[in-house]
Design a protein around this ligand. Structure first.
Ligand code: NAD
Ligand code: MG
Length: 393
C-alpha cells in the first residue's frame, strides 16, 4: 500500500478512536499529520503522545493552553492550533493525502468542504455534511478531484456491493433500489405510551452499536436512518423513490442493493465501525481491522420488518424533507441537533424531538441555497426557531 498522511477531525470521538485503532495496526502505511479533538484535551493529549502528529486542533484558546501544557509535560512536540480556520487548514494542507471527517453535526461542514476543495481523499463519517449541503459538497468534490469514501456502515456496505465501475446512474447498472438496514434502536418494541418518559440514559443505550451520544439518540428516534436516506441520495446519486429502509434488529447485514434481475446483494459483518474504516483506508486492498470473524454458529436468526412511522415520526419527517429537497434537509438537521442537545440536557422530552423538527419545517425558508454562507445562515436561523419553540414547551 502507498504511504498515506492523514488528518483526523474528531479524533477523540467514537469514530476517531476506531480510526486510530486501525491506523495503529498499520504503522508503515499511515502517518498522522493532524488530530482534532475539540474540548477533549486529556484524550487528545494521549493521542498526540502515541501518534506524534505535527498539529493538534482544539475549540478555543483556553483548550489550546490546556492541551499545550499537557503536551509540554509529556515532552510531545505537537503544535497546538485552535478554531474553525485551523480545522480548515489541517484538512487542506498540502502534505495531507486523506482526511477522516468524524466531527459530529453541522460543525463538521466547513472542514469537510475544505478537504473537498483541496481535492483530498475524504473518509466521510460526518453524515450531517451531506444532509446540510449535499449538492454543494458533492459538486465541490467532483470539481476538485476529491474522492469521497463512505464510512457510515450502511453506505459503506452499499459501496462494497455496487458495481466497481458504478457511475451514479442506477438504470445503466441494472439497480432497482438501494436498501438501508436499521436496527430499530432500543425502542423498537417499547410500549408507545411509555415514549413520553424515555430518559437520555435509555436512549443512548443502543442494542448493537457503541457510538457517540448524538447519533445514539438519532438511532433511538430513527432520525439517524432519515439522515442516512439523504446521505445515500447524495452519495450514490439515487432518486428518493429508489431508497428503501428495512428494520433488521440484529445489525449483521449492514445494507443491500436490489438489482433488476431479482438479486439482492448484502454486506455482512459484526457491528464494529473498524470494518468500514479499514475498508476505506485500505482501498483497493483489504487490510486487518481488528474486528473478529462473524460467527454464524452464534447467530440465531436474521429478521426483517418495515418501519412504523407512528413509532418513528422522525423517519417520516426526514423522508418528507428529502422529497421536498432544497433547504428542507438543512432545516431538519439544525432543528434535530438543537432538540437532541436539549433532550440530552433533560430540557425536553424524547417525544418533543419530532415536534421541534416539525415546527421548524413549517417556517418560511428559502427553497434552495447553494453556497456555504447561505446554508450556515439557514442552519443558524433554524436553530433559533427551535430554541424559541422549546422555550414555550
Ligand atoms: P462523538 O460524539 O463520539 O465524537 C465527535 C467528535 O467531534 C469528538 O472528537 C468531538 O471532540 C468532536 N466535536 C464535537 N463537537 C465539535 C465541534 N463543534 N467542532 C469540532 N469538533 C467537535 O461522535 P461519533 O459517534 O464519533 O460520530 C461522529 C460522526 O460520525 C457523526 O456525524 C456521526 O453521525 C457519524 N457516524 C458515527 C458512527 C458511530 O458508530 N459512532 C457511525 C456512522 C456515522
Ligand atoms: Mg449508519
Amino acid at each position: 500500500m502507498t504511504r498515506q498522511t492523514l488528518t483526523i477531525l474528531g479524533s477523540t470521538g467514537s469514530i476517531g478512536v476506531s480510526t486510530l485503532d486501525v491506523v495503529a495496526r498499520h504503522p508503515d502505511t499511515f502517518q498522522i499529520f493532524a488530530l482534532a479533538g475539540h474540548r477533549q484535551t486529556e484524550k487528545l493529549a494521549a493521542q498526540c503522545v502515541q501518534f506524534q502528529p505535527q498539529f493538534a486542533v482544539v475549540a478555543d484558546a483556553e483548550c489550546a493552553a490546556d492541551l499545550a501544557g499537557r503536551l509540554k509535560a509529556a515532552g510531545c512536540a505537537t503544535e497546538v492550533l485552535h478554531g474553525t480556520q485551523a480545522l480548515i487548514d489541517v484538512a487542506s494542507a498540502a502534505e495531507v493525502t486523506g482526511v477522516m471527517c468524524a466531527i459530529v453535526g453541522a460543525a463538521g461542514l466547513p472542514s469537510a468542504l475544505a478537504a473537498a476543495k483541496a481535492g483530498k481523499t475524504i473518509y466521510l463519517a460526518n453524515k450531517e455534511t451531506l444532509v446540510v449541503a449535499g449538492a454543494l459538497f458533492m459538486q465541490t468534490a467532483k470539481a476538485n478531484g476529491a474522492t469521497v469514501l463512505p464510512i457510515d456502515s450502511e453506505h459503506n456496505a452499499i459501496f462494497q456491493v455496487l458495481p466497481r465501475d458504478y457511475t451514479g446512474r442506477l438504470n445503466e447498472h441494472g439497480i432497482a433500489s438501494i436498501i438501508l438496514t436499521a436496527s430499530g434502536g432500543p425502542f423498537l418494541h417499547t410500549d408507545l405510551a411509555a415514549f413520553d418518559s424515555i430518559t437520555p440514559a435509555q436512549a443512548v443505550k443502543h442494542p448493537n452499536w457503541s457510538m457517540g451520544r448524538k447519533i445514539s439518540v438519532d438511532s433511538a428516534s430513527m432520525m439517524n436512518k432519515g439522515l442516512e436516506l439523504i446521505e445515500a441520495h447524495w452519495l450514490f446519486n439515487c432518486p428518493p423513490d429508489k431508497l428503501e429502509v428495512v428494520i433488521h434488529p440484529q445489525s449483521v447485514i449492514h445494507s443491500m442493493v436490489r438489482y433488476r434481475d431479482g438479486s439482492v446483494l448484502a454486506q455482512m459483518g459484526n457491528p464494529d465501525m473498524r470494518t468500514p474504516i479499514a475498508y476505506c483506508l485500505g482501498l483497493p486492498e483489504r487490510i486487518e481491522s481488528g474486528v473478529g470473524a462473524l460467527d454464524f454458529g452464534s447467530l440465531a436468526a436474521l429478521t426483517f420488518t418495515v418501519p412504523d412511522f407512528n413509532r418513528f415520526p422522525c423517519l417520516k419527517l426526514a423522508y418528507d424533507a428529502m422529497h421536498a429537497g432544497g433547504s428542507a434537509p438543512c432545516v431538519l438537521n439544525a432543528a434535530n441537533e438543537e432538540a437532541v442537545t436539549a433532550f440530552l440536557d433533560k430540557r425536553i422530552k424524547f417525544t418533543d424531538i419530532p415536534r421541534v423538527v416539525t415546527h421548524c419545517l413549517e417556517q418560511d425558508f428559502s427553497d434552495c441555497l447553494s453556497d456555504t454562507d447561505s446554508l450556515l445562515a439557514q442552519d443558524k436561523e433554524s436553530r433559533a426557531w427551535a430554541q424559541a419553540f422549546m422555550a414555550g414547551l
